[in-house]
Ligand binder design. Sequence first.
Ligand code: ZN
Length: 146
Amino acid sequence: MALLNELYQEIIIDHSAFPRNEGTLDAGTHFAEAYNATCGDELTLTLLVANNFIKDVKFHGQGCSISKASASMMTEKIKNMTVTKALEFSKNLQKILNGDDLNPLDEEMMGDLIALLGVRQFPMRVKCATLPWHALDDALQCLILP
Ligand code: ZN
């Protein structure tokens, strides 16, 4: 188990040090910002949605490694998902991070995100890990008007 924790930590450190899809989409269709007062994490998210698919996504975040890593992994995960599927995935993941049991199917679907499961032992950090997913939920409700 110690070895597994080390591996998870490496995944989190890697994503927070070298965030994937960082920045802002100039041609984004959806936008949200989120703030976690408990830890001070800030995050903005832009999405490009076309034909009900998330074609592209970028985030800009300031805060702890957990929130950054979660955002970075999220962008990789949801790119090319349908909006419906992304919302479903987000809802399920937030439940799991908040302590719901996960079945083998969830484990497979989560991929690298499984590295975030450690936060379940630290209720304060759950908010860090779920922040980007709250932002995603908000963004998908928030169409940028041309
Ligand atoms: Zn945080």
